[in-house]
Ligand binder design. Structure first.
Ligand code: ATP
Ligand code: MG
Length: 309
């Protein structure tokens, strides 16, 4: 089983207007609601690729219920821990004429100590043997700074492989639990190592150091330059073909989904990095906040150049 953890999910409310007039009424031409948050995006991308996962995390209030309904409609199984406060909601206003995008992000709920304890209890009830647990995104207010380390310790001591995609202090802290895999982009790797990482060889050396520190698979995503994967004995560079990018939103989450699906199917690391890169690049072909589409991934897989490094 693949589980994804989104501790700070959000309901994204997209509104399209011709132009945004402040201090005036604006007529909305089109609107859509999406369940958002990085772990949830990984679950949705896995669904697009024909796989199954279970989305975990915190959910509260009417906004939380709306999110669960949206996920159910997409075929994503949920097992969220309820919280007293309302799940956050982001409003994204796109103007069609000037092509601007204005985001209004709410602060989000405060999660109490008891709710955090309940989440860890829920985690321990799952069948974690040979499972994958994707831990991704930011932490809500109220959680301990080492929340990711605690989650990874719980799931890996019960036989699961944790895949961590985070940034800043919570990424650093999560690494102490030695997750099975991580997927930083180059900026996140820079912040982690404190190095400028100006060349490909510098990126590679940094990834190798992190790998030797106890992470079995380090995937570094590099936007249009693809993905570098460093394993215990193997190391690959995967380069996507040139594509016409429509939106890079969700590319990193699709990369994680592609990797986890392939690894869970028992594929070798060369195939895993190919799938990860194809899924990430496929996400850039889809407009707006859409994730990778299966047909694009299938078409891209043979076009990804994978070389040993
Ligand atoms: N311009 C591009 N052309 C082709 N592929 C791309 C491009 N940008 C991103 N990708 C694909 O998406 C993957 C992930 O992109 P990126 O490294 O930007 O991740 P990220 O910064 O973690 O993204 P996110 O903002 O979703 O977290 C890349 O490894 C690549 O496969
Ligand atoms: Mg990312």
């Amino acid at each position: 089983m693949i589980y994804t953890v989104t501790l700070n999910p959000a309901l994204d409310h997209f509104l399209d207007v011709e132009e945004l007039r402040v201090d005036d009424a604006n007529r909305v031409k089109r609107e859509a609601l999406y369940a958002g948050g990085k772990g949830i995006d990984v679950s949705r991308a896995i669904r697009h690729l024909g796989g199954d996962s279970m989305a975990l995390g915190f959910i509260g209030g009417h906004t939380g219920q709306a999110m669960i309904e949206l996920l159910k409609a997409e075929g994503v199984t949920c097992y969220f821990t309820p919280i007293a406060q309302e799940t956050r909601r982001n409003i994204i206003v796109t103007t069609q004429r000037a092509r601007t995008q204005t985001m209004l992000n709410s602060r989000g709920p405060v999660v109490s100590k008891d709710e955090w304890a309940a989440f860890l209890t829920h985690l321990k009830l799952l069948d974690l043997r040979d499972a994958y647990v994707v831990v991704s995104g930011s932490l809500p207010v109220g959680l301990p700074g080492d929340a990711y380390r605690q989650i990874i310790d719980v799931v890996q001591s019960r036989g699961a492989r944790a895949v961590l995609d985070a940034d800043g202090p919570c990424f650093k802290s999560g690494l102490r639990a030695k997750p099975f895999a991580i997927k930083p982009n180059v900026n996140e790797l820079r912040r982690l190592t404190g190095q400028p990482l100006r060349s490909e060889s510098a990126i590679l050396r940094a990834a190798e150091r992190v790998q030797r520190g106890g992470v079995e698979v380090v995937l570094v995503s590099r936007g249009a330059k693809g993905v570098v994967l460093v394993g215990r004995q193997e190391c690959f560079r995967a380069i996507p073909p040139g594509v016409t990018v429509r939106s890079t939103v969700g590319a990193g989450d699709s990369t994680v989904a592609g990797f986890v699906i392939a690894h869970a199917e028992g594929k070798g690391l060369e195939t895993c990095v190919r799938m990860a890169t194809a899924a990430g690049t496929a996400a850039t072909l889809a407009p707006g906040n859409q994730l990778c589409r299966a047909a694009d991934v299938r078409r891209l897989v043979p076009k990804i150049k994978v070389v040993s490094c």
